[in-house]
Ligand binder design. Structure first.
Ligand SMILES: NC(=O)c1ccc[n+]([C@@H]2O[C@H](COP(=O)([O-])OP(=O)(O)OC[C@H]3O[C@@H](n4cnc5c(N)ncnc54)[C@H](O)[C@@H]3O)[C@@H](O)[C@H]2O)c1
Length: 355
């Protein structure tokens, strides 16, 4: 198993590396510059790994800043507090930002780094499974507006992604479980071998076998890295990463972001996308059944969509589709996906029967 995966983006290329201890990695980066550095994290993560953060804080040029928890942290207020802190402490163009957290910290810290002095370098230290396999890679950064998620942001690549899997030991089981939506998604859209590996290793996954988990993270990082390297700006190929997300996002909106974690909504969204791929596309019955079977092995909270018309309005209101045909990701077979412009809202409504 390789310890380094290259995200190949010309001058903006970087490595995803597995590290023994995030503390040593951060201190090393900080010592490589004479400028001030900012470590951005959240209180929960700080407290769970306090000893290490305390050691890091002894490095003279490292400042630590906490942002709040949850989606509300992806706000202009957080960005304001970060850039103000940097300005107050005389940060300059050689300063570094360390994002130590899940997708929320990564998105906010990356966006702040991208705009301070028109862009300073940042390093991603993902602490959730979702951020290890997905959000820390590819440079999508940003914050939310009242009108929708991730409406303000930039594609701005980190200089490195440093993965310390020890963080997973403190991650709540529910977050760990939900992240498997994105993991299985990679198998569906790109890699049948990964799908088979997941199906064959379910008990090892449930028992937190770190070797198996590391292998899965590596495979996911390689896939995301391949896709981003090919299509950094999401012109075409990168869109397949949205498999299950059209319905998944509508489920998040319908349930007001209160009942389900993102990954859990994507589990449901993928069920619908599989239904559509089978009933209105090329996915054969056998693979459809096998796919639903794998999804069913992961616990999900109950979901009931009582008003299908209201639900479909959430699909229609997806910012990505305003004034455009819906672009729906279909599976032709496990490991092979495509973008279709032919799927109708009526077909999506029918797919809710699989939930
Ligand atoms: N940039 C991208 O490409 C991309 C891709 C997918 C998702 N996202 C974004 O990622 C966000 C979701 O990320 P997430 O699922 O990582 O959630 P998150 O960042 O909100 O983290 C979930 C919770 O777990 C806590 N936590 C983090 N690491 C922990 C650890 N090791 N031990 C214990 N608790 C820990 C956090 O403090 C938080 O309370 C969303 O905002 C989504 O929009 C971005």
């Amino acid at each position: 198993m390789s310890n380094k995966i290259k995200v190949d983006l010309g001058d903006n290329s970087y490595n995803i590396s597995f590290v023994e201890d995030f503390k040593d990695s951060i201190v090393k980066f900080a010592l490589s510059t004479k400028s001030q550095c900012l470590l951005i994290t959240q209180e929960k993560i700080f407290n769970l790994h306090k000893q290490k953060f305390d050691k890091i804080s002894k490095t003279p040029n490292i400042n630590i800043l906490m942002i709040s928890d949850g989606e509300q942290a992806k706000s202009f207020e957080s960005i304001n507090s970060i850039v103000s802190e940097m300005a107050k402490n005389n940060f300059d163009r050689s300063s570094l930002v360390f994002a130590v957290g899940g997708g929320v910290v990564g998105d906010v810290a990356g966006f702040a780094a991208s705009i301070f002095m028109r862009g300073i370098k940042y390093v991603q230290y993902p602490t959730t499974l979702l951020s290890m396999v997905d959000s820390s890679i590819g440079g999508k950064t940003g914050i939310n507006l009242k009108d929708g998620k991730n409406l303000v942001g930039r594609i701005y690549q980190p200089i490195a992604v440093e993965v310390d899997t020890n963080f997973l030991s403190t991650l709540p089981k529910r977050d760990f479980n939900a992240a498997f939506a994105e993991v299985i998604k990679y198998g569906f859209i790109y890699d049948k071998d990964l799908f088979d590996y997941l199906s064959e290793n379910l008990s090892n996954i449930k028992n937190n076998d770190l070797n198996v988990i590391k292998k899965i993270i590596t495979q996911c990082c390689e896939i995301k890295s391949d896709i981003v390297s090919e299509d950094e700006n999401e012109n075409e190929l990168r869109m397949i990463l949205n498999f299950g997300h059209t319905v998944g996002h509508a489920i998040e909106s319908y349930t007001k972001y209160e009942e389900l974690l993102h990954g859990e909504a994507i589990f449901y969204g993928m069920k619908c996308a599989l239904f559509i791929s089978n009933k209105f596309g090329n996915l054969n019955k056998d693979e459809y059944k096998k796919s639903l079977q794998l999804l069913s092995k992961f616990d999900l909270p109950n979901l009931s969509i009582d008003n299908k018309d209201i639900f479909i309005n959430f699909v229609k209101n997806d910012k990505k589709f305003r004034g455009k045909n819906i672009r729906f990701i279909l599976l032709d077979e496990i490991g092979k996906s495509r973008i279709s412009k032919d799927i109708t809202f009526e077909q999506i409504k029918k797919s809710l029967s699989v939930l």
